[in-house]
Design a protein around this ligand. Sequence first.
Ligand code: NA7
Length: 545
Amino acid sequence: DARDVPATADVVIIGAGFAGMYLLHRVRDLGLSAVTFEQAPDVGGTWYWNAYPGARCDVESLLYNYSWDSGLRSDYQYKWPERFSRQPVILEYARHVADRFDLRRDIHFDTRVNRATWDEASRHWIVETDRGDRVRCRFLLSAVGCLSDSQVPKIPGLKTFRGDWYHTGRWPHRDIDFSGRRVVQIGTGSSGVQAAPVIAETAGHLTVLQRTPQFCIPARNAPLTPELVDTSLERLKDMMIQMADRPTVRRLWESFATKKTFDDSPEERQAYFEQLWENAAAAFPFGYLDTMTDPAANEEAAEFVRGKIRSIVQDPATADKLLPSYPIGTKRQIIDTGYYETFNRPNVTLEDIRTDPIERITPDGVLLASGKLVEADIIVFATGFDAMTGPIFRLNIEGVDGRAIQDAWADGPQTYLGLAVHGFPNLFLLTGPGSPSVLSNVIQSAEQHVDWLIALLDHLRDNGIDRIEAEPDAQARWTTYCTDMANESLWPRADSWYMGANIPGKPRVFMPYIGGNALYQEEIDEVAEKNYEGFQLNGATNVAS
Ligand code: NA7
């Protein structure tokens, strides 16, 4: 094999997105040997795969980048072209980081890990790939991301379709020409809401098939002029501080708001919602302290947005179909650029497939239960991901006594700190279930996990410890704690991917930690300070490597 994959390493890292790249950099600094496998032909993770039209980050560019290298951050500060970066810009940034820190020499691209087996005798993981590689390592570090297992729903007849079809999360890296063509888009999450306005610009006709209407808040994207950078940095300063240094923030929503919904008079409330509509973007549901906890308060915010939809969309029947009914903020908050306006175009139609579901796909398009055939040259699946657990299951991890992680998590994911799993020693999950990653700026979450993990690896080495495993009690306590915290809020009330609700048969468990990065930092630091309380640390009885 000319690929030169070492047979042993201290660490195997899976994934070269933003979590994996930083991890590789730090692991090397520690003087440990690392092998990184990446299924894509390049770095970037999510930002490699989601190359669909309109793909854009919903966190501001000035926040959505690494903070661990001040030179890197300041070099880029005035380079981000827009307030919210487009996918190619972020991918370019990831490539720059890989080159700047010479990461590529330890990354094996186009290589998917398809098996990882714990060997108790030697206290090693044995990692295998689809290219026939086999590496023994002490620590297995998964940086596979939360939204990387794209899902094309099992709709009968897709194979018979005569046109082309694509999933937003596996978009080809070439131009797809929509001009004059009949496009059917299935799905109206963040991806669908970004894609539809862009596809509609050139398509002959676009039909959006909507299962659940969504609340979208205007992104207010804009070019980042030097002046805007300066004012934005001033505006975001608090947020940067809150994320890093404000452990007094006990809950995510407390970082943004100071007052409750009914503290304001109806007129004050209306005026405040207008302000949030103009400025808040994804923070809209956190404008008041109680939007995410009190159903009546939530309904005020929701009804305000419904009013906006009614006023933007000209055809009342279409506007009606677009009105969401779940508590606002409990599905991932979507920010948009011209989504509702798109339905005012003459070449765009909305079909409500909740009332008239998809029957099957035919050679000519999508057939609905009513017998209506929506003709298509191209089908775009913006149907999302098997979130959080999907990418981990695809690794086929077998822990102590050959137990598969799928079996350990049959009733939903159980972790300690969102990082470790009982029965799977020396395995760490970056941005895993039970961590704040998907309810935060995921780059910050990844940095938080990497920094903590690097300190741990250092500690283990210094103390000659070659086996670390989450204790079952600590894991049970953490899982219950996360669930209880979520149940204080309205989050579990929506059928969201946070709940596993988008995947047929997936256990309905609220997977993320909703406390936010600051509280979480406090908690994981405390565990470290107490000599990694909740972990079983074994002495080096068998240092075989
Ligand atoms: P999402 O947010 O999971 O959205 C997927 C969309 O596809 C959503 O509208 C789903 O409707 C719809 N969907 C999923 N399966 C089907 C089937 N079988 N039939 C019809 N419609 C379906 O994924 P995105 O890629 O948009 O965004 C993922 C995250 O990336 C996002 O939250 C940000 O964090 C970035 P549903 O609402 O389930 O009824």
